[in-house]
Design a protein around this ligand. Structure first.
Ligand SMILES: NC(=O)c1ccc[n+]([C@@H]2O[C@H](COP(=O)([O-])OP(=O)(O)OC[C@H]3O[C@@H](n4cnc5c(N)ncnc54)[C@H](O)[C@@H]3O)[C@@H](O)[C@H]2O)c1
Length: 314
């Protein structure tokens, strides 16, 4: 029987262990099993994180194995190489597809009935790979996509506008990477069009500000990696937020990576679009309004991802 109070983390590096740390504090799960190719690493992280449990909510965090997948509600995959300074996410593709060829069949062979959440990069490509290798229905294989990038956009807009980031409705869509698109045309602050809110706050150079903010968001990972070698706290909170939507069947709208089937003229590519997320994974995509330039850039982003996926031997 599926147990939505149980999660499995595959990959216990920076991102995997920070995510389990965030999940441990969230109270969402009764148990989290941690798996890594380096068993000592999984054991050490599980021990360390479990020592925080008395200060949060009762649960178990332990080093496990693939048999833990059988009854898990969510399996999160963060295993894989991360970006080194000057590497793009797409540079990781061959290394991490190889790693997925060893991990995903282990999950699929356990008759897994829950939601598979892919976080390793390049996340859009690896979500497509995981869908193919697992044979699971597409709605149950989700990529964390541009949930983190959208968080970065809201953080930046919040500082620019002097308003709570949670009152801002704006999305980054497309690739989680260099061709991502900040959708400003439909962005708003609690229903007030973004440009109107900007003017209320004394900002009038809309094009220049949008360009700068989008660039900062796109380059955030490079800036962080240059300074501290890896990014993990922001993504850990994004993982926690996605798990929350699934476990609590929230049906919140999040920009997760999903397979496109002809929407906006894009077919056979996994990329991020706003989707309703709940206990079945992705319920449906939400038709976000794009202007002509945003639509063109989304199609270009899809073209880049499609070119890579077609070259892969999966
Ligand atoms: N989607 C996002 O928003 C986002 C954000 C940050 C990082 N990432 C990605 O997450 C991934 C992990 O990053 P990190 O900084 O934690 O890297 P890391 O090197 O710290 O950790 C990777 C872990 O994977 C393990 N691993 C490797 N092969 C394995 C296998 N076959 N089975 C089980 N475990 C295996 C390693 O032992 C290591 O502990 C990278 O691909 C990174 O680019 C994604």
């Amino acid at each position: 029987m599926i147990n939505f109070r149980k999660a499995v983390m595959v990959g216990c590096g920076f991102v995997g262990s920070a995510s389990v740390f965030a999940l441990m504090q969230s109270g969402l799960f009764s148990e989290i099993a941690m798996i890594d190719a380096d068993m000592d690493k999984a054991e050490g992280e599980a021990m360390d994180i479990s020592h925080g449990i008395p200060f949060a909510k009762q649960m178990r965090v332990y080093a496990g194995n693939y048999d833990d997948v059988r009854d898990a509600g969510i399996v999160i995959v963060t295993a894989g190489a991360n970006q080194k300074p000057d590497e793009t996410r797409l540079d990781l593709v061959h290394k991490n597809v190889g790693i997925f060829k060893s991990i995903i069949p282990e999950i699929a062979s356990r008759d897994f009935k829950g939601i598979l959440l892919i976080v390793a990069n390049p996340v859009d490509i690896l979500t497509a790979v995981a869908q193919k290798l697992s044979g699971l229905p597409e709605n149950r294989v989700i990529g964390s996509g541009t949930v983190l990038d959208t968080g970065r956009l809201k953080t930046r807009l919040s500082a620019h506008l002097g308003v709570d980031s949670r009152s801002i409705h704006a999305f980054i869509i497309g690739e989680h990477g260099d061709s991502e698109i900040a959708v400003f045309s439909s962005a708003n602050v609690s229903g007030i069009p973004l440009n109107d809110f900007c003017e209320m706050r004394g900002h009038y150079s809309h094009d220049e500000a949008e360009k700068n903010i989008a660039e900062e968001v796109k380059n955030a990972a490079y800036e962080i990696i240059q300074r501290k070698r890896a990014t993990y706290f922001g993504v850990a909170m994004a993982v926690k937020r996605i798990c929350e939507c699934i476990v609590r069947d929230e049906k919140s709208i999040l920009p997760v990576s999903a397979m496109m089937h002809g929407e906006l003229g894009i077919d056979g590519v996994v990329l991020s679009m706003p989707c309703i997320v709940g206990s079945e994974g992705i319920e449906t995509q939400v038709p976000i309004k794009l202007d002509e330039d945003e639509l063109k850039r989304l199609r270009d982003s899809a073209g880049i991802l499609k070119g890579i996926i077609e070259e892969l031997d999966i």
